[in-house]
Design a protein around this ligand. Structure first.
Ligand SMILES: Cc1cc2nc3c(=O)[nH]c(=O)nc-3n(C[C@H](O)[C@H](O)[C@H](O)COP(=O)(O)O)c2cc1C
Length: 362
């Protein structure tokens, strides 16, 4: 098991409606004041990263959506240590603009920006904004070129790139980002193409929620491929956390979320998402096998089962670490209160269990 403590990130609620497609009460807001306060609570509570989302249209609920790069910068301005991962969608963005924007933010924030390259799953969104919709694996071919171009621009002078999607000629970005060699590059997606891209170019692979066995299969696959490429990649897993003083309370919250799910929104999202998952040639993409209940949390976050008492949740986090997970990306019902509760009740138990495991292994 890794000697490094497992890291924690939270989903920034920069879109309306929270992280579950349910009519249950959610004391979470997408506005900037709420989010600034949340970011400060999170950094005090032991969260190292926050992940913003990029959406141009409402797909399922999420009627209002703040743009990710601008929002990330605002959160960095409100915090001192937190790193913020800005979601970027190739298509609307090109790598030159992204490299320039993020290098500036990195300079302005003492080196705390990171990027999540998302490849797109929602055809209706692309159609609405006049972006050409590529087939599944072509989207990843473009994302990989995007990442290679981004790294080249960030690390080299007189950079030339001859891709199928992007071309640069003798380009020198000045100033470069503060972080060396460059800000961390995350990616989201679980399909064969996503994994192969991670094993070649990404610093981090984010995947949807899953069981430790399901995660282990992905970790082993990606790490073996990365090693063959002389590359190393860290793994982040999505989880919707419901930690309560008793297991009954936590389970009751999950049941209520699902009972109050908005079937129309969930099914509409499920159709688009499953189609996007199945659109990968091998049919293993995110959501390809998701049930109605899974889809109520839009990245299969219940499947990770961080639902129970602080002790149960901490044990399951350490079990994820044991199969090779480096980071837990967490969503919550009532973000501010629950991020604080997590920091106070769950995180110290995780650190205790990690220390005990290392002693046992020594
Ligand atoms: C942690 C995580 C965050 C994501 N964030 C976004 C996002 O902000 N915007 C977006 O359009 N897609 C987002 N995605 C979707 C992915 O980029 C990708 O399109 C989707 O997971 C389907 O990929 P697959 O077919 O390779 O499994 C995210 C995925 C994950 C796992």
């Amino acid at each position: 098991m890794s000697h490094d403590p497992i890291k924690f990130a939270y989903w920034v609620p920069n879109v309306s409606g929270g992280l579950v497609v349910s009519k249950i009460e959610q004391r979470t807001s997408w506005d900037i004041d709420y989010n600034r306060k949340l970011a400060r609570i999170a950094e005090r509570s032991g969260f190292e990263y926050a992940l913003t989302q990029i959406r141009f249209t409402a797909g399922y609920g999420a009627e209002f959506q703040h743009e990710s790069v601008a929002f990330s910068h605002a959160l960095l301005g409100a915090t001192e240590q937190l790193k913020v991962i800005a979601a970027i969608l190739p298509g609307p963005w090109n790598p030159v603009l992204a490299a320039k924007q993020l290098a500036t933010i990195d300079q302005l924030t003492n080196g705390r920006i990171a990027v999540n390259i998302v490849s797109g799953w929602f055809k209706g969104e692309f159609t609405a904004i006049g972006e050409h919709w590529l087939e599944h694996d072509e989207r990843y071919r473009r994302s990989e070129e995007f990442i290679r171009a981004l790294k080249g621009i960030w690390t080299q002078d007189n950079f030339t790139f001859n891709g199928d999607f992007y071309r640069l000629r003798d380009y020198s970005l000045k100033p470069k980002p503060l972080q060396q060699p460059h800000p961390e590059i995350f990616q989201g997606g679980s399909s064969r193409a996503a994994r192969d891209m991670a094993a070649r170019v990404s610093d981090w692979y984010f995947t949807n929620g899953n069981t430790p066995e399901g995660i282990k299969a992905q970790v082993d696959d990606i790490r073996a491929k990365a090693a063959a490429n002389g590359h190393s990649v860290k793994i982040g897993v999505n989880a919707f956390v419901i930690a309560r003083d008793t297991e009954e309370e936590a389970r009751a919250v999950l049941e209520e979320i699902i009972a109050k799910a908005d079937p129309e929104a969930v099914n509409a999202f499920g159709d688009a998402a499953r189609q996007a998952g199945k659109a990968s040639p091998e049919g293993e993409g995110n959501w390809a096998k998701s049930s109605f209940a899974d889809l109520v949390q839009y990245n299969d976050g219940f499947k990770t089962n961080l639902i129970g008492t602080p002790q149960q949740v901490a044990e399951r986090i350490v079990a994820l670490k044991a199969v090779g997970v480096d980071l837990v990306l967490s969503g919550f019902l009532h973000f501010q209160e629950e991020v604080a509760y997590f920091g106070e009740k769950v995180l110290p138990l995780v650190r205790e269990l990690e220390a005990r495991k290392l002693e046992e292994a020594a």
